[in-house]
Design a protein around this ligand. Sequence first.
Ligand code: HEC
Length: 258
Amino acid sequence: MKNILKILIIALIFTSPLNSAENKTKLLEPNWTFDGFFGKFDRASLQRGYQVYKEVCASCHSMSYLSYRNLGEKGGPEFTKQEVKAIASQYEIQDGPNQEGEMFMRTARPSDKFVNPYPNTNAARVANGGAYPPDMSVLVKARKGGADYVYSVLMGYKEDVPEGISLEEGVYYNKYMIGNKIRMPKPINDGSVEYTDGTQATEEQISKDVVAFLTWAAEPHLEERKKTGFKAVVYLLILTILGFVIKRKIWLRIEPKV
Ligand code: HEC
């Protein structure tokens, strides 16, 4: 028996995830407001994040699952109706065909999907030296490491290229990208955007804001999910206590055996 226990303990130590000999680069983990059991998005950060996406990322990355009206929905950046209208009206989209069978351009409405920066994926590749800038609607969910990964990639340009790594034209060294090479020029620097709410536009802040925004886009019901989870735990707790009390009550009526 003792031997079996020993073997089991040794096996446990070896298979422990903490022990696995992964030499992967550890991702950066900023303090996200939406992490944890009571996690919530910071509304102002989401709004700034949209600004960053719009002013910096949107020239290359599409977000084709999102509509402008989503920006006004509960649990997201919660722009007002007027703000959403104003945002949508800055874009032109193709519509049609009209009575004459022709396609035409018109101003976007809140119900329209985010405008794509490129007409198709081939055009996107050609414009980016052969690399396709992935759609950002669900990127945070699609990548291992989620928000931490995207944040790390944005912050991962700082280090010098290690010896022995050669970079072709248009390829950059990035500590966190798979293979350490990325065909995206460093998109964010201090002051890349100008915030109107007084927040300092440092590289870290801008990156955090845009990643918070992308996390919301990938999981718009995150807050609701966490709330439901909390309610479920409380519900189960009450149910357990109730069950315990009832059990005692019922058993009290039965005479104890002597
Ligand atoms: C000049 C065009 C351009 C801009 C601007 C740009 N990107 Fe990129 N991005 C790319 C390309 C191209 C790739 C694909 C790189 C590759 O595959 O090597 C990419 C890849 C990425 C990746 C890695 C995705 C993966 O596959 O794991 C992330 C994360 C990312 N971009 C985030 C952003 C964010 C956030 C912004 C805005 C702050 C932004 N990008 C702005 C062109 C751009």
